[in-house]
Design a protein around this ligand. Structure first.
Ligand SMILES: *Cc1c(COP(=O)(O)O)cnc(C)c1O
Length: 451
């Protein structure tokens, strides 16, 4: 018993975490020799209320939101423009355009880079389905380039292998808020004259080499959906330094009317084919309020993630995400790590998740594979796909084989475990409790397996 305590104290002390000393003695139920909750022990976080998300912590801003409500000006106008300026400034780009959501930010950006039928777009398989849907919505063909196991991010080597004469763009997805190896992606893109559209929908305020993601490629896309680190309920934005592209995006998002046309004026006549995916004034007012806290919250998530990561990296079979050397700040929309069944005495990931959940620590296995699902077959059956691609390219079974991504399959089917971003807004002690719970599950893996 004493040995285990000593060992843990030694480990945590080595990490410069003196705080761990106090709880390892004062909260006896944290010790690894107690039974896990799943097999009858007391949950390590039984009484825990994790920080709620989204959370409203801007009472001072409520007056401004009421002003918008009482003004009756609810379609896009000055408050939206103000939010766009602030978001461009926050990301470090010249321009920003808001749209209804992140999915439509991606669709709008791709469309206005001229990407459509007959084109290929290289995407990672480890992403939210919206990335792929945006490509297909424009009639373009998604081409999956596998991720690296230790970073969860698109592997530049695999990107290179997937380039063909049809390739027009790469969508690096900063999944979980972890920045992609952008230097290598940009080098490949320049070599082959490809557009780089960053999917930063999970990566608000993440930085690579001191620059915010969403400012590194030709354009970046953000989501303000309720679960995201900048939450408005729904909402999205495109960031860029390219004026001509952005003017076009503006027209497109406002029924093809010329750039800068005020909402409600149609006299000038539409100049391009467009759609209507405009933001609203009350979304912008909420966004301005959320901007007050996103930076402090991002710092908090980074501190907690670094601490938790160091604590759990000590546990056999637990491998936290790896950040590239040039990453100066991540966003941690998720805290991903890999779980190795073999090092947990053959305990399945499913039971591991169950055991952690029983300790009062919410976690999940994350994404399922999306390189092999029926939505692709449905897209390939469309007339525009049949007209734009040779028959071989539209054979679903062939597509699935061509786009097989072994690392992605291992992450989805065997290894990945996620904690959500709101947990990283907790305290240092919360992180210590998470680590203690994982240690306890590891120590009792055999007994859990027998349940
Ligand atoms: C959330 C998300 C999107 C889509 O954003 P919505 O606002 O939900 O439409 C796109 N890509 C990724 C990686 C996302 O996480």
């Amino acid at each position: 018993m004493w040995h285990t305590r000593r060992k843990f104290i030694k480990e945590t002390a080595l990490l410069g975490t003196g705080a761990a000393l106090s709880w390892s003695f004062s909260i006896p139920q944290l010790s690894t020799w107690n039974k896990p909750a799943l097999i009858g022990g007391t949950p390590i976080m039984a009484d825990k209320k994790w920080p709620e998300w989204p959370r409203w912590v801007a009472p001072a801003e409520e007056q401004k939101i009421l002003q918008v409500l009482r003004s009756g000006i609810w379609s896009r106008a000055d408050v939206t423009s103000q939010f766009e300026s602030r978001w461009a400034e926050t990301i470090g780009t010249k321009r920003c355009l808001t749209v209804v959501n992140g999915t439509n930010a991606l669709i709008t950006a791709l469309a206005n880079f001229g990407i459509g039928e007959g084109d290929e777009v290289i995407v990672p398989p480890y992403t939210f389905i919206a990335t792929i849907m945006a490509v297909l919505a424009n009639g373009a063909m998604p081409v999956f380039a596998d991720v690296e196991l230790d970073t969860f991010l698109i592997d530049p080597l695999r990107v290179k292998e997937k380039i063909t004469a049809r390739t027009k763009a790469i969508i690096p997805v900063h999944i979980a808020g972890l920045p992609v190896d952008m230097d290598r992606i940009m080098t490949i893109a320049r070599e082959h004259q490809l557009i780089v559209l960053e999917d930063a929908c999970q990566a608000h305020l993440a930085e690579y080499d001191g620059k915010r993601v969403g400012s590194l490629g030709d354009a970046g896309c953000f989501s303000f959906q309720n679960s995201k680190n900048m939450a408005i309920g729904e909402g999205g934005a495109i960031t860029t330094n390219n004026d001509a592209f952005m003017d076009k995006c503006f027209s497109y998002h406002n029924l093809g009317l010329p750039y800068g046309s005020a909402v409600g004026t149609v006299a000038s006549g539409s100049i391009i084919l467009g759609t209507k995916v405009r933001f609203t004034e009350y979304q912008a007012a909420i966004g301005l309020a959320m901007l007050n806290t996103v930076d402090v919250e991002t710092t908090r998530r980074n501190e907690n993630a670094a601490y938790l990561s160091a604590l759990i990296a000590e546990i056999p079979g637990i491998y936290p995400y790896r950040l590239y050397d040039k990453v100066t700040r991540a966003a941690f929309h998720l805290f991903p790590f890999r779980f190795m069944e073999a090092e947990f005495g053959g305990l399945s990931r499913e039971l591991f998740l169950k055991a952690l959940n029983a300790e009062g620590i919410p976690c999940s296995s994350g994404y399922a594979t999306l390189t092999d699902k029926l939505y692709l077959k449905d897209a390939f059956a469309e007339r525009r796909f049949k007209q734009a691609y040779p028959k071989e390219m539209l054979d679903f079974d062939d597509f699935v084989l061509r786009n097989k991504c072994a690392n992605n399959e291992r992450l989805c089917n065997e290894q990945a475990v996620w904690f959500t971003q709101n947990m990283l807004l907790g305290t240092k002690e919360d992180m210590e409790r998470i680590a203690a719970a994982i240690k306890r599950v590891h120590a009792h893996a055999d007994a859990i397996k027998k349940t």
